[in-house]
Design a protein around this ligand. Sequence first.
Ligand SMILES: [Cu+2]
Length: 161
Amino acid sequence: MIVIYFSKEKVMKLKYLIAAAAFLTSGAFAQNINISDGWVRATVQGQKATGAFMKITAIDQAKLIAGNSPAAGLVEIHEMKMVNDVMKMAALPNGLDLPAGKTVELKPGSYHIMLMDLKAPLAADSTVPVTLTFQDAKGHKTTQEMKLPVKSLATSSEHKH
Ligand SMILES: [Cu+2]
């Protein structure tokens, strides 16, 4: 018979290692997406859609595949680009690629998260809850919830035309 004796210190260490392993398998991916400088463009009465903008950095390669918000009936990931001298906006059918370690900027005139079918006007200085869904290279999905400040066009420094 083999008796394995753990000192109190070793038991503590073992518990810590088990906790660390559980964290690495379940929660690590969520920590690998950094979002900063998020904001949503304010809307006026009757306006049914607006854009959400932010900087996203994935430590490991990932994709932004979906979004949703209680303020909007539908959320899509869009890109704007020039097609025959006309600025066109389209949903990205396969999501937005987030290369490892590279900051992808969602900004007016470029990639953005489109909030559509708005339930009420979004007033400047309020906040909008938005949840984004990311998928890693192995297909694992994770969501990240945030509250984005609403800014009017005039006060937004990001606005360039
Ligand atoms: Cu759009």
